[in-house]
Design a protein around this ligand. Structure first.
Ligand code: NDP
Length: 315
């Protein structure tokens, strides 16, 4: 049978390119989990994704009710779940004030980390039931949350501190909107959320890989400087960032190629190792990359897991 793969945020950028790359093989049915149904439908059509190889389902990660509703809708579809890709993200680098999810969590961490945390915890049960030979749960990471790299050292750097803001609910009222309890900074909130994504992947691996055989992986697909992720940035940045990445850092990757990389992590028979953070070298060959100290701190991963469980109502 066709594999069934859920991709969150498949209405643009990396998610859309990966959905296209997977659907094109004919081996995958892609569930495009998107907050804007019409946008997703138009995007699928203009990318040329055949209707029989995809289903669009509504998911707004900035609302835990919506996450639960999505899981119900998926279950009622009667499909088995073989691969889940947590790809959607928001990045608000120029925001002066925090904005919040339906439950009142700062929007970047609330969407990128907490929404996906609940989604993947609930859907793990569905993946366990699937008889697919190579089941995978993939969380898209980023170099920017990784302080052992050049890009990860551009201030403001990711730093989760002692998690006091997260433990307080990130609501900007009786707790800070930032995980470490500091002043709001939109660029840092995004980087922090990506560190949470990478810690979550490793904690999943430690808790569930042996028992379930599921491969848990993260990846940095390269700098896809043209995607909507940078839509909130100032116009000059959006003009100069793609050529800067192309000619100066040479980290630039097209949306199409990045999509193929993500599709590789979904289905390539050679990428089944669990607990790995994949990257690609200049010749576009995949390799197991090192995470920063904070992004590979097992004690911090456990704490983020436990605090997140409370915030999303699992504990
Ligand atoms: P895009 O902005 O193009 O795509 C992000 C997607 O997430 C969109 O489909 C967007 O939906 C969706 N999304 C945002 N908020 C929500 C929500 N509340 N509920 C559901 N979906 C939501 O950016 P990219 O393709 O660049 O980003 C994809 C992933 O790649 C992210 O995890 C990002 O961190 C990562 N990444 C990107 C890099 C880059 O250079 N671009 C580098 C490294 C990692 P909508 O279309 O409705 O806005």
């Amino acid at each position: 049978r066709q594999g069934c793969c859920i991709v969150t945020g498949a209405s643009s950028g990396l998610g859309l390119a990966a959905a296209k790359a997977l659907a094109e093989t004919g081996k995958w049915h892609v569930i495009m989990a998107c907050r804007d149904f019409l946008k997703a439908e138009r995007a699928a059509k203009s990318a040329g994704i055949a209707k029989e190889n995809c289903t669009i389902m509504h998911l707004d990660l900035a609302s835990l009710d919506s996450v639960r509703q999505f899981v119900d809708t998926f279950r009622r579809s009667g499909r088995a779940l073989d691969v889940l890709v947590c790809n959607a993200a928001v990045y608000l680098p120029t925001a002066k004030e925090p904005t919040f999810t339906a439950e009142g969590f700062e929007l970047s961490v609330g969407t990128n980390h907490l929404g996906h945390f609940l989604l993947s915890r609930l859907l793990l049960e569905d993946m366990k039931k699937s008889d697919y030979p190579s089941k995978r749960l993939i969380i898209v990471g980023s170099i920017t949350g990784n302080t052992n790299t050049l890009a990860g050292n551009v201030p403001p750097k990711a730093n989760l501190g002692d998690l006091r803001g997260l433990a307080g609910g990130l609501n900007g009222l009786n707790s800070s909107a930032m995980i470490d309890g500091g002043e709001f900074d939109g660029a840092k909130a995004y980087k922090d959320s990506k560190v949470c994504n990478m810690l979550t992947m490793q904690e999943f691996h430690r808790r569930f890989h042996e028992e379930t055989g599921i491969t848990f992986a993260s990846l940095y697909p390269g700098c896809i400087a043209t995607t909507g992720l940078f839509r909130e940035h100032i116009p000059l940045f959006r003009l100069l960032f793609p050529p800067f990445q192309k000619y100066i850092t040479k980290g630039f990757v097209s949306e199409e190629d990045a999509g193929k990389r993500l599709a590789q992590v979904v289905s390539d028979p050679s990428l089944t190792k669990s607990g790995v953070y994949w990257s690609w070298n200049k010749d576009s060959a995949s390799f197991e990359n090192q995470l920063s100290q904070e992004a590979s701190d097992a004690e911090k991963a456990r704490k983020v897991w436990e605090v997140s469980e409370k915030l999303v109502g699992l504990a």
